[in-house]
Ligand binder design. Sequence first.
Ligand SMILES: [Zn+2]
Ligand SMILES: [Zn+2]
Length: 219
Amino acid sequence: MASGIERCMYCSESFGTAIDHHEPLNHAPRRVFDWYNHLLACAFCNTHAKGGAFPHDKAGNPLLVDPTADEPADHFRLSLTSGEYHCLTERGCASIDVFQLNRGSLRHGRLDAVGQCLDTLAKCAEYLANDDKAEVEQRIRRLGRQPFADVLQELRRIADRPKAGVVLGNDAALAALRTLYTPLTAKPFFIPKQERHEPNCRSWRTAEPFSPPDRRAAP
Ligand SMILES: [Zn+2]
Ligand SMILES: [Zn+2]
């Protein structure tokens, strides 16, 4: 969520072609000219997924994560092995449902993006070994323009975790990530169970095992 140049601020996949009133005008007519209430979104997220939905909790507080004000990582976590978002809070839960963040096209696209990121990072490791930083910067910039920049963000987050090599399955890519993004200020990848919103929430239940492709077999 909220990553990628000119991409939809909700799904990070398609280009933003619509302006979404994050808080719909029938809820907040006075926010019609509020700059921070105008979010770049794709037609699917804006019209088909969110529509006029704007749920509140029992205390009357808005539930949807607002990418202009909230840190999405506080509310849900992206699994790099299933391509799914999992809720950490009630707000994350509501946002995954309303924006349909685990729809099939997004899950598959994120998994493709994981492979693409790892391939690029492994190449970057080679360029770094030759001290060709200009080529590395160009490749990373290019990666940032691809859909699903949230995948690269998640890779950055886990790069300094002890088991990062196991998660990535690609030591060269991990070495490049660490070199490119050191020191990391990201929050710990490991999520203690009690910090999950509800372990039985739909976003956790639908997790399906996924075996990353064997990178060594790549040509
Ligand atoms: Zn979208
Ligand atoms: Zn939940």
